[in-house]
Design a protein around this ligand. Structure first.
Ligand code: KMH
Ligand code: ZN
Length: 283
C-alpha cells in the first residue's frame, strides 16, 4: 500500500475557543501547531483562519500571514479551505485563492450541516474551480454525501475537472452521510478510476474511520476541526490525534508519508501554483 497521507485540520470554523484550550487561534499558535503536527506525521495542513479573538475570518491578509508562518517553519502541503464558515459570501470564500496555495478544498454540493445549510450551488462550485484552475491550485474534493460524487462527475463533464482527483470523504456531519464502514466502502466503490481518497470522521467517528482507511489503503484526516476529544471526556491536542493515527498505521505495517511523499502520491509539484499562476503570489 501507499504510505499514509495524514491531513490535519487544526482549526475549522465551528469550534470555539471556549470549548477547548487547544484551538490554534493566533498566527503564532497556528505556526506552533503546524510544527507539532509535522513532527507527529502530518503532511497536509487544512487551513481556516481566526481573528485573535477567536472569531472566523477569511481575510486574504490573515491567510497570507498563516501561510507564511506555516511555510517558514515546515514543508507541509498547505491546503486552504474554500468552505469557510456557514454564512460567508462566495467572495469571502474565494478570496484567499489569490495567494495560490498548493491545494484548496472544493465541497461538491449543498448539504445540511447541523441545523444550518452549507451552501454549495453549482455556480459557486464552478467559480471556485475555475479560479483554482487558472491559478494552478489542486482541488481536494470534499464529499459530505453520496450525491456529491455525481456532482463532481458533472463538473468533470463540463470540463472544469479531470479525473483522477484527490477526494476527502467527510462522514458523520449531522444532516449528511453517516460515518459507517459500509458508507465508506460504497463511496470508495463509486470513485472514478485512479482517484486517491481520505476520510474525515466527525466526532467519535474520527478514529474508527481512520482505522478503516488505514486498512483499505485510503488516507486520513484528523484534527480539532472534526473532533475535539482524544477519548471520552479528554480534550485532544491536534498533534496527539495525528500521532495516534501514525502509530496505528505503523503497527498495521503502513509507512507514513512525508510531505514530499504526499506530493508525489498526489502528483503535486511543490511550486506548481507559482509556475502556472504568473503574477500570483505562491503562499
Ligand atoms: N466549515 C464548514 C461549513 C472546507 O473547509 O472546505 C465547511 C468546511 C469545508 O470546513
Ligand atoms: Zn474545513
Amino acid at each position: 500500500m501507499e504510505p499514509l497521507i495524514i491531513t490535519c485540520a487544526p482549526v475549522g470554523a465551528e469550534v470555539m475557543p471556549s470549548q477547548t484550550p487547544h484551538l490554534p487561534v493566533t498566527i503564532q499558535a497556528l505556526a506552533e501547531t503546524a510544527s507539532a503536527i509535522r513532527a507527529a506525521g502530518a503532511s497536509i495542513v487544512h487551513v481556516h483562519c481566526r481573528n485573535d479573538d477567536g472569531t472566523n475570518t477569511h481575510a486574504v491578509e490573515r491567510f497570507a500571514q498563516a501561510c507564511d508562518a506555516i511555510r517558514s517553519r515546515t514543508d507541509l502541503i498547505v491546503q486552504f479551505s474554500t468552505g469557510g464558515a456557514i454564512g460567508m459570501s462566495a467572495q469571502e470564500r474565494s478570496g484567499p485563492l489569490e495567494l495560490a496555495p498548493e491545494m484548496a478544498t472544493l465541497t461538491c454540493g449543498t448539504v445540511n450541516f447541523g441545523d444550518d445549510v452549507f451552501e454549495n450551488p453549482f455556480p459557486l462550485m464552478r467559480a471556485l474551480l475555475a479560479r483554482m484552475n487558472e491559478l494552478g491550485i489542486r482541488p481536494e474534493l470534499e464529499i459530505f454525501d453520496k450525491g456529491h460524487l455525481a456532482n463532481a462527475r458533472r463538473l468533470a463533464k463540463e470540463g472544469l475537472l479531470t479525473f483522477p482527483q484527490h477526494v476527502d470523504f467527510v462522514l458523520g456531519v449531522p444532516g449528511a452521510l453517516e460515518a459507517t464502514v459500509q458508507n465508506l466502502c460504497d463511496l470508495v466503490d463509486d470513485l472514478p478510476d485512479g482517484c486517491t481518497w481520505s476520510v474525515a470522521g466527525i466526532g467519535r467517528a474520527q478514529l474508527p474511520m481512520a482505522m478503516a482507511a488505514i486498512a483499505m489503503g485510503g488516507h486520513v484526516r484528523v484534527g480539532l476541526e472534526d473532533n475535539l476529544f482524544y477519548a471520552k471526556g479528554r480534550l485532544a491536542r491536534n498533534e496527539e490525534l495525528v500521532e495516534r493515527v501514525a502509530r496505528i498505521a505503523r503497527e498495521a505495517g503502513r509507512e507514513i508519508a512525508q510531505p514530499d511523499d504526499a506530493r508525489s502520491i498526489l502528483g503535486l509539484s511543490r511550486n506548481e501554483g507559482a509556475t502556472r499562476a504568473q503574477g500570483a503570489r505562491h503562499c
